[in-house]
Design a protein around this ligand. Structure first.
Ligand SMILES: Nc1nc2c(ncn2[C@@H]2O[C@H](COP(=O)(O)OP(=O)(O)OP(=O)(O)O)[C@@H](O)[C@H]2O)c(=O)[nH]1
Ligand SMILES: [Zn+2]
Length: 296
């Protein structure tokens, strides 16, 4: 039976792309069940289908999902490209860390892209950011759509991945995606201001195959950043530079706040872990505990 991946869904039609690069317009009968849950096909799902007419068919089965994002709903995303501007708006580490935690919690690979390099007067600031994040091991690419610096450097990270771009409003996600997906123009802040249209028009997400390999979602991911559903004990795992240190903490289940002999807190004091990252961890932990109190 032929199989492929849903790359687009429009009002009941699923566009399934096979390994050979052919796209079939498929319908789906009823609902599907897996892991005892009913579900409808999602963009990103690997499916089997029956070919009915040339280029048309019916989805007959959905493979179990490796990951599942909401808003926009996409299955099997493997990587988050977390975008943060250096200027306009000025670099802010807290929102960046928030996106990073959500991407980690979703089980994704991560690349950090810092935008608007052309507006940065002092390169020392970029070096300081790189130093803060060095213990995380994240790859960091600094870019500008004005000078095109760094854009080519993003491409190798996208190969062999299903990537979703994420980041605060106005940091330049659409501008980057327009560079990366030249045949698939998105509306950027600059354009929508000019024509005076609302900026948040809804449309369904699509994953676009790149010539250089890999697929990229054409709408930003993680549009809702709530820690709902996250446990306090999960948070430390979402900071990669904590993981190795945490093994040395005296107490199992150490939350790295007030516990004695906490290697994570110690590392934040010596600077082995960036103290600002550690502070953000503490802030997020409080938020998670607060949400839990409200739940029970
Ligand atoms: N100088 C400079 N401006 C940029 C760069 N990248 C984006 N911009 C500008 O920043 C503004 C916001 O860019 P967008 O691409 O719309 O940002 P976005 O992240 O998609 O924003 P939302 O759609 O609100 O989520 C636009 O006016 C862009 O022209 C850059 O590298 N340098
Ligand atoms: Zn600890």
């Amino acid at each position: 039976m032929p199989s492929g991946q849903i790359i687009k869904a429009i009002s009941g039609f699923y566009y399934v792309r096979t390994d050979q690069g052919e796209t079939y317009e498929c319908k789906a009968r009823g609902v599907f069940k897996f892991e005892k849950k009913k579900c409808k096909p999602l963009v990103g799902d690997y499916v089997q289908f029956d070919e009915t007419d040339a280029g048309k068919g019916y989805v007959t089965a959905i493979e179990p999902r490796q990951t599942e994002l909401v808003r926009p709903a996409i299955a099997n995303v493997t990587q988050a490209v977390v975008v943060c501007s250096l200027r306009e708006p000025a670099f802010q580490q807290m929102p960046l860390d928030r996106f990073l935690v959500h991407a980690e919690h979703a089980g994704l690979e991560i690349v950090v892209v810092l935008t608007k390099l052309d507006l940065l007067e002092d390169p020392a600031e970029l070096e300081a950011i790189r130093a803060s994040y060095a213990p995380t091991g994240y790859s960091i690419v600094a870019t500008s759509i004005e000078t095109t610096d760094g854009i080519e450097q993003i491409m190798p990270y996208l190969k062999d991945q299903i990537s979703v771009f994420a980041g605060q409003s106005g940091v330049g996600k659409s501008s980057l995606l327009n560079r990366i997906l030249p045949n698939h123009q998105l509306e950027t802040g600059a354009v929508s201001q000019k024509i005076g249209r609302g900026r948040h028009t809804t449309r369904s997400v699509e994953i676009i195959p790149l010539e250089t390999g890999g697929l990229v979602a054409d709408s930003p991911g993680f549009s809702q950043l709530t820690f709902d559903g996250m446990e306090p004990a999960d948070l430390g795992h979402c900071f990669p530079e904590f993981r190795e240190k945490a093994e040395g903490c005296r107490f199992r289940g150490c939350l790295h706040v007030n516990e004695p002999s906490c290697k994570v807190r110690e590392a934040s004091q010596t600077g082995e872990i960036d103290p600002k990252r550690y502070d953000h961890y503490v802030t997020f932990l409080e938020e998670i505990k607060e949400l839990q109190l409200r739940r029970y």
